[in-house]
Design a protein around this ligand. Structure first.
Ligand code: S3P
Length: 431
């Protein structure tokens, strides 16, 4: 049980948030199947990314860590070996789904296992399209444990039934090993880090001008790269939210990734009346990043529907919190994917925000929130339910409380942001 800090005097200061989780996973995987050495600077050393790193080591890839730089000795597109033990995916959906796509076409056999949360998450969404390519994947009632027997793969033309960057990336990684080019069609564009990084490593992958159709050329010669991973906007979003809802705040966040498939939170905040300013913009070979300045603001309610969801999928717990402080009724719909995240996030958001005295109605695909700037706490004992993003969202909500609150399972932050509480404390103005 952790006693959470409050921040009546506001937040001040400058912070560099840790490296992007999605890009850290992808950098490891692409480094492993390239020829030569890859250096990933500002790598996110969190439990999820370490699940990918350890799995690749177990598949025969030499990888070393020196502070926040990871060095990978790539073994080429077909260089992975059968592991001696089960591959433990921990809590990480990204590790599981991306590696399932990659391993489907390798000369090996592997069994993927995970923790109790991951073992309840749906895996047929990758199994079904990969089977069309000739993959041999066995699930246990649609879930982990998952057994892969690598096969020669055929190309695929696939219309994605759900908006998922994990599924899209699994298919791209399988398509690299196929016989002829593959096409993946999204109905809503999702994060495109795999596509961007793959181009940097020398892959040939094209995206149609409307961003819906992706064509992957097989059997590329990928070459090791030296890349610096921008800060994770999904981690920055906790402090963006905190500075917005806590009066007298003004903070600066540097080197935050600004890929347009990820910046939905900034658009939502702008619509709600938030004060976020991008003060510098930069670009490396694959990604845009910049410095954000955030000040407190009083917010208007918001309405989000299915088309808005992919670019804010991981920020929806925070959007619920922002809506809870806005005067009026906000409605989030088309977000049923939240039900199959690390927890059923619709249920956990509703359960925990009610403890702050907020009226919130649960829908099958979202929620309706009756926001108010001042809250009356009716239960001071919060619970992350073991979900990293719920843990951090509740710590931000607690800053606003006028009484001390406790958080059960606060250690879930280690999944994506081990230094979260340290960084939060560094911004709080002490009385
Ligand atoms: C991720 C994609 C999203 C996101 C997850 C990371 C990725 O999941 O929620 O945190 O790195 O590809 P889905 O693909 O399941 O939407």
């Amino acid at each position: 049980m952790k006693l959470l800090p409050q921040a009546q005097q506001g937040l001040r200061g400058t912070l560099k948030v840790p490296g992007d989780k999605s890009i850290s996973h992808r950098g490891l995987i692409l480094g492993a199947i390239s020829t030569g050495i890859t250096h990933l600077h500002n790598f996110l050393l969190s439990q999820d990314c370490l699940s990918t790193l350890k799995a690749l080591q177990a598949l025969g890839i030499p990888i070393s860590i020196n502070e926040q730089t990871v060095t990978i000795h790539g073994r080429g597109l077909q260089g992975l070996q059968s592991p001696h033990q089960n591959l433990n995916m921990g809590n990480s959906g990204t590790t599981t789904r991306l590696l399932t796509g990659l391993l489907s076409g390798q000369h090996l056999t592997a069994t993927l296992i995970g923790d109790s949360s991951l073992s309840q998450r749906p895996m047929q969404r990758v199994q079904q399209p990969l089977q069309k390519m000739g993959a041999q994947i066995q699930l246990t009632s649609g879930h982990l444990p998952l057994i892969i027997v690598g096969q020669p793969l055929k190309s695929l033309s696939y219309q994605m039934p759900i908006a998922s960057a994990q599924v899209k990336s699994a298919l791209i990684l399988a398509a690299l090993q196929a016989d002829t080019p593959s096409t993946i069609i999204e109905h809503l564009p999702t994060r495109d880090h795999t596509e961007r990084l793959l181009r940097q490593f020398g892959g040939v992958i094209t995206t149609s001008p409307n961003h819906y159709t992706i064509t992957v050329n097989p059997q590329p010669k990928l070459l090791g790269q030296d890349l610096t991973i921008p800060g994770d906007i999904s981690s920055a979003a906790f402090f963006i939210t905190a500075a917005t809802i806590i009066p007298h705040s003004r903070i600066k966040l540097i080197d935050v990734g600004l890929n347009s498939t990820r910046t939905g939170i900034l658009k939502v905040l702008k619509k709600m009346g938030g004060k976020v300013h991008i003060s510098t913009r930069s670009q490396n070979k694959a990604e845009n990043y910049g410095t954000l300045e955030i000040q407190s603001a009083s917010l208007k309610p918001i309405k989000l529907t299915a088309a808005d969801i992919p670019s804010v999928i991981d920020e929806l717990p925070l959007i619920a919190l922002l809506a809870a402080t806005a005067e009026g009724t906000s409605e989030i719909s088309g977000a049923a994917e939240l039900r199959v995240k690390e927890t059923d996030r619709i249920a956990t958001i509703v359960c925990e925000l009610r403890k702050f005295g907020i009226k919130i109605i649960e829908k099958t695909d979202g929620f309706i929130i009756y926001g108010q700037p001042n809250w009356t706490i009716n239960n001071p004992h919060l619970d992350s339910h073991g979900d990293h993003r719920i843990s951090m969202m509740l710590a931000i909500a607690a800053l606003k409380a006028n009484q001390p609150l406790t958080l059960k399972n606060s250690g879930a932050v280690n999944i994506s942001y081990p230094k979260f509480f340290q960084d939060l404390h560094s911004l709080i103005i002490e009385e």
